[in-house]
Design a protein around this ligand. Structure first.
Ligand SMILES: Cc1ncc(COP(=O)(O)O)c(C=O)c1O
Length: 365
């Protein structure tokens, strides 16, 4: 085995949400009884028409996919009201953020982001050979843009702003993001990650897409993994100035979005009523979970997403989430004293609340 770079050797592997099969094996529970509320996935399957389109795409499995995702980017650009050249597709938005960081970071540079936030920012920075500057969230578990701005220096190359933030579900005011972007040196790439933007209910929320289309050092990331329910297919995209994206493409693995993924994403578009229905269903589930946590006196952060960050009874997040797992409900341990539960189907959400009552009864933590 060739010798790893020391900073890569020191990394703990990325923890994906535990698969149902693993929980079945470990705890002997019936797979039909396991609910997975750990990865902020859609509890519903793909949009109408998507499975047929994906199956049709399989017929051309012997041919490489369209490297430019022409049909998909054409339809997506029309939906977003931007030009096709303002889009860069990727194998999930995680691959895009890693590629971007590798393109502009490297030894002697640093990457700034809030903490806790999406852990992939840390991986992307370390993979690139950069160091990390993790800036604590403010008292309301939201981005502290002032502190983030103060931590930027001449060796900063990338700043991530996760809006809404994973895992806390908070949003950052659009005017504050705009002021922040205007205050950042032109040589710093600002990546605004809007993976959860479709779930936001707060009317004050605004996307940063207009800024990304306008400014050469800003990109917005979006994904088909969340409201569009295509997590298995790995389709995400960046929005930015065409020159910026042309540069960033130099580091991208070619042919990275599969033919099936392109067909599935394309068939998902043009269905605004379905997006709205799913967002409303999510908001109802979020209210139900939030009320249940409130009634049981557990602290939580008001969420604009498809998950809720809440305080565990006791400080041991991992022990509490293991307790849930034993009851067939997979949730995600986060920082000390906090866990994250994804909004599921009505049945999933009820199962979570039942498990919560059992965990509280046994006085776990
Ligand atoms: C903030 C954030 N960005 C990006 C992603 C990943 O999206 P994708 O599935 O497109 O790689 C996630 C997934 O959980 C996320 O929480």
């Amino acid at each position: 085995m060739p010798i790893l770079r020391p900073e890569i050797a020191a990394l703990a592997p990325y923890e994906v949400g535990r698969p149902i099969e693993e929980v079945v094996r470990e705890h002997g529970v019936d797979p039909a009884d396991v609910v997975r509320l750990t990865a902020n996935e859609s509890p519903e399957g793909p949009f109408p028409g998507v499975i047929d389109a994906a199956v049709d795409a399989l017929a051309l499995s012997n041919r490489y996919p369209d490297n430019d995702s022409l049909e998909l980017t054409g339809a997506l650009a029309a939906e977003l009201g931007i030009a096709r050249s303002n889009l860069m597709m990727g194998n999930g938005s995680v691959s895009l953020l890693a590629e971007m960081t590798a393109a502009v970071g490297g030894p002697g540079t640093n990457v700034v982001y809030a903490w806790p936030s999406f852990v992939m920012y840390r991986f992307a920075a370390i993979w690139a050979g950069s160091t990390v500057r993790e800036i604590p969230l403010d008292a309301g578990h939201a981005h502290d843009l002032e502190a983030m701005g103060e931590s930027i220096d001449e060796t900063t190359r990338v700043v991530f702003v996760c809006n809404p933030n994973n895992p806390t579900g908070t949003i950052t005011d659009a005017d504050m993001i705009e002021d922040f972007i205007n205050s950042v040196p032109a040589g710093v790439l600002v990546v605004v990650d809007e993976a959860y933007h479709d779930f936001v209910s707060n009317p004050s929320y605004r996307t940063a897409i207009p800024l990304a289309v306008d400014l050469p050092n800003v990109v917005v990331l979006r994904t088909f993994s969340k409201i569009y329910a295509l997590a298995a297919h790995r389709v995400g995209y960046a929005v930015g100035r065409s020159e910026t994206l042309t540069d960033l493409r130099k580091i991208q693995t070619p042919l990275t979005v599969s033919r099936v993924a392109q067909a599935a994403a394309l068939a998902s578009l043009g269905q605004p009523d379905e997006v709205a229905r799913r967002a409303a269903r999510n908001a109802a589930g979020r209210r139900y979970l939030s009320a249940a946590l409130d009634e049981r006196g557990l602290g939580q952060v008001a969420s604009e997403t498809n998950f809720i960050y809440f305080a565990t009874p006791g400080d041991d997040s991992r022990r509490v989430s293991d307790e849930f797992t034993r009851l067939g409900v997979i949730i995600r341990p986060m920082s000390r004293g906090w866990v994250r539960v994804s909004v599921g189907s009505e049945i999933d959400n009820k199962r979570f609340v039942d498990a919560l009552d059992r965990v509280l009864e046994t006085g776990s933590g």
